[in-house]
Design a protein around this ligand. Structure first.
Ligand code: CU
Length: 150
């Protein structure tokens, strides 16, 4: 029995880390979405992005929401503020972390509740140095997490 539970744990850990997506020179790791409460209209998405050339994240979309925005949070006069961004630079070789309380993507106008363990498909729009935009497809797993809501 002991061996069995250890194996199960190893399997679920492997599922949680997911498969890193690789397309157009941008590596995506640790992609996740915050699970929502019923009726909640927005959710934050988080991931680590590493580009192998200078590129820019300009937006994206997901079937789970009507809108999709790039956001950042900052303290302004003691109040946490969330602001939309037109783009997020992805400098060559530098890992850009989208994380709670900082840069993140935001699913706006959720079509339904996002439950823990849900696989959320996301398409990111990445602009290369030549100005060409490509789509980067990935799957982010929904997690329960404490701390900052977005
Ligand atoms: Cu946000």
């Amino acid at each position: 029995m002991k061996t069995m539970s250890v194996l199960c744990f190893a399997l679920s850990a492997a599922l949680l880390t997911a498969t890193p997506a690789l397309a157009e020179g941008v590596k995506v790791e640790n992609a996740w979405v915050r699970a929502t409460a019923p009726g909640q209209k927005v959710a934050g998405g988080f991931m680590d992005l590493t580009a192998d050339a200078d590129m820019v994240l300009t937006g994206g979309s997901s079937p789970v929401s009507r809108g999709f925005e790039l956001h950042f949070m900052r303290m302004e006069n003691g109040v946490m503020e969330m602001r939309p961004m037109k783009e997020i630079p992805l400098p060559k070789g530098k890992t850009v972390s989208l994380e709670p309380g900082a840069l993140h993507v935001m699913f706006i106008g959720l079509k339904g509740q996002i439950k823990t363990g849900d696989k959320v498909p996301v398409k990111l729009t990445i602009k290369g140095k030549d100005g060409k935009e490509t789509l980067l497809e990935l799957t982010a797993e929904a997690r329960q997490a404490g701390g900052s809501q977005y």
